[in-house]
Ligand binder design. Structure first.
Ligand code: NAD
Ligand code: IPM
Ligand code: MN
Length: 361
């Protein structure tokens, strides 16, 4: 468990409550090891994640991550910034597929920034490519050319990198509404043209029975707030996936509601899938240390961990239902608070969740 910075440790404390409860009441036998990442690790060791922590993360059955970053480290060199620790974990664990489900709970319909009729029953899966693209492309940096200063990054995708994330999207779609929307900007970017070509090839070769559409990223941002229910699975690159998933978060009521699973390829020998579970939100410096953070995105990420890494479907269902029940009781953290509801703190939300888990088991 890498709690990280800001509200990271606050929301992770609520996951720990659930783990302690399930070890106690459901005999799950989870062994948890805490470690540092992000600014917390920089302060202790001068880097955003240590080699030892990387080794432990690679050896673990699953990693849970809270959030990293904050104004305290804004002026640290880029390679040691808190965010670099998160990026190294994703890259070195080869977690190329980031599943970000935007699911609207009935009880939260009024917290969405869209009209109820647009978001009722909404269930979108954004599959974000997580280990390539402009986040990692070389060259990058600053330069002076003919006396003019430049800053630059490189957007680059190999066939393999697009192929494998497209397959994840198509496989997911087959278990859902059988529809994939691939998002890029093939109208202006060469890498976008290439992305579309490879997705079409994968589709024609192995997934012709899945409905496939293509959309430019700017239009997709607009369509997400115009008529989100038109989407089932969206597959897109690292940067567009980052932007579109924050946007999709508000459909559900708050960034504090959006979980994610970052998955790698199955090791054919051991059967293990490298995995890290992380809320979509960041360290929220504006509310850190005040007990205001919504822990549900992280708790729902933990539920994804039960489902994807441990095949504990019943426990995951219980947790998802407990979240639904807590919301139906009218309990709300500040970010999803509305008229007539009862405001609770981060830990108040976690305690109520345990009460609901008690009832369900
Ligand atoms: P942010 O996601 O931390 O916060 C954006 C807004 O959403 C803030 O107003 C915040 O209060 C609110 N918010 C976020 N999570 C919430 C929660 N669980 N409950 C209630 N409200 C919540 O994004 P930012 O402010 O742009 O970034 C702050 C820092 O976090 C930066 O250093 C950034 O790099 C980092 N960051 C880290 C991650 C990560 O660790 N996965 C993700 C995004 C941003
Ligand atoms: C996210 C975050 C990260 C990203 C940052 C903190 C590196 O915004 O997980 O969405 O851009 O991927
Ligand atoms: Mn983001």
């Amino acid at each position: 468990m890498l709690a990280g910075d800001g509200i990271g440790p606050e929301v992770m404390a609520e996951v720990k409550k659930v783990i302690d409860w399930s070890n106690d009441k459901r005999d799950t036998g989870f062994q948890v090891e805490d470690d540092l990442v992000g600014g917390a690790c920089y302060d202790a060791h001068g880097c955003a994640v240590t080699d030892e922590t990387m080794e432990k993360a690679l050896a673990a059955d699953a990693v849970m991550l809270g959030a990293v970053g904050g104004p305290k480290w804004d002026n640290v060199a880029r390679e040691h910034r808190p965010e670099a620790g998160l990026l190294r974990l994703r890259k070195d664990m080869d977690l190329f597929a980031n599943l970000r489900p935007a699911l609207v709970f009935d009880a939260l319909i009024d917290s969405s920034s869209l009209k109820p009729e647009l978001v009722r029953g909404l269930d979108i899966m954004i599959v974000r490519e997580l280990t390539a693209g402009v986040y990692f492309g070389e060259p990058r940096g600053e330069d002076v050319r003919n006396g003019v200063r430049y800053g630059f990054d490189t957007q680059i995708y190999s066939e393999h990198e697009i192929d494998r994330v497209a397959r994840v999207a198509f496989e997911l779609a087959k278990k859902r509404s059988n529809k994939v929307t691939s998002v890029e900007k093939a109208n202006v970017m060469e890498s976008g043209v290439f992305w579309r070509k490879i997705v079409n090839e994968v589709h024609a070769a192995d997934y012709a029975d899945v409905e496939l559409g293509h959309m430019y990223a700017d239009n997709c941002a607009m369509q997400l707030v115009r008529w989100p229910a038109q989407f089932d699975v969206i597959v897109t690159d690292n940067l567009f996936g980052d932007l579109l998933s924050d946007c999709a978060a508000m459909l559900t009521g708050s960034l504090g509601m959006l979980p994610s699973a970052s998955l790698g390829a199955k090791d054919e020998k051991t059967g293990k899938i490298p995995a890290m579970y992380e809320p979509v939100h960041g360290s929220a410096p504006d509310i850190a240390g005040q007990g205001k953070a919504n822990p549900l995105a992280t708790l729902l990420s933990y539920s994804m961990m039960l489902r994807y890494s441990f095949d504990m479907t019943e426990d995951a269902d219980h947790l998802d239902n407990a979240v639904q029940n807590v919301l139906a009781r009218g309990l709300r953290t500040a970010d999803i608070m509305s008229d007539g509801m009862t405001q609770v703190s981060t830990s108040g939300m976690g305690d109520a969740l345990i009460e609901e888990l008690e009832k369900l088991s």
